[in-house]
Design a protein around this ligand. Structure first.
Ligand SMILES: CC(C)(COP(=O)(O)OP(=O)(O)OC[C@H]1O[C@@H](n2cnc3c(N)ncnc32)[C@H](O)[C@@H]1OP(=O)(O)O)[C@@H](O)C(=O)NCCC(=O)NCCS
Length: 189
């Protein structure tokens, strides 16, 4: 159990990482660079976003820790900020969505996203009353597809050529979903 209460900062701990509500003071050049990196933003189906330290701080300040959260992901061993996790929770529908960024590319394909995603799913299903977690992939993001498969999500459909991606190219949006019952069957809680 965490000690989170609505409106209070959220903290999630895993073996290697701490993910906690980011504050404007945590925003650094690394964080800003992830918003401006074509490869990272392509993962979200977006072009580079042109963030500055100031606009990044304003972005971080928008989250209320009630129905939206912006967690910084910190490496426990060094305290370094290595990514972020934006989570929204629709408390009325009991449905949640998230966007995960591992900004430090040296940690890609080492189970980083998977480790954090499992812990963030657990808190939503077991402490926030969420009944379904949705996943949305904009474009051909194979790593994200592999993660959803690995975590037991079902693919629910593809919205063909639904969005505009980097370079103005139309992209598919792939929809995934995991029900609480499926989570419990898989993770035994
Ligand atoms: C997508 C992202 C979160 C993945 O993070 P990660 O820490 O590398 O993820 P993990 O290591 O936990 O899992 C990645 C899985 O994808 C697989 N993978 C990576 N690239 C792949 C590719 N091109 N094709 C198929 N599978 C791929 C890895 O092998 C791994 O699966 P495995 O553990 O079964 O081997 C990270 O690359 C990232 O932040 N990208 C930029 C932003 C982004 O795309 N966010 C997600 C938006 S939906």
């Amino acid at each position: 159990m965490s000690d989170w209460r609505p409106g209070q900062p959220l903290k999630i701990e895993t073996e290697r990482f701490i993910a906690r509500s980011l504050t404007a003071d945590d925003v650094n050049e690394d964080y800003v660079s992830w918003w401006n990196d074509p490869e990272i933003q392509q993962g979200f189906g977006n072009p580079p976003r042109g963030f500055t330290l100031e606009s990044a701080r304003q972005h971080v300040a928008k989250f209320n820790n009630k129905n939206n959260f912006h967690l910084g992901i910190f490496l426990k061993s060094t305290g370094k900020l290595i990514g972020f996790y934006a989570i929204t929770v629709d408390h009325r529908q009991k449905v949640s969505k998230a966007n995960l960024c591992i900004g430090d590319k040296s940690l890609w394909s080492k189970g980083t996203a998977t480790e954090i995603a499992i812990a963030a799913m657990k808190i939503r299903f077991e402490e926030m009353g969420v009944e379904k977690i949705e996943g949305e992939i904009r474009g051909d993001n194979r790593a994200s597809m592999a993660i959803y498969d690995k975590l037991g999500f079902k693919k629910e459909g593809t919205l063909r050529k639904q969005g505009i991606g980097p370079g103005g190219k139309r992209i598919d949006i792939h929809l995934y979903g995991l029900l609480k019952r499926e989570w419990q069957e898989r993770y035994g809680s």
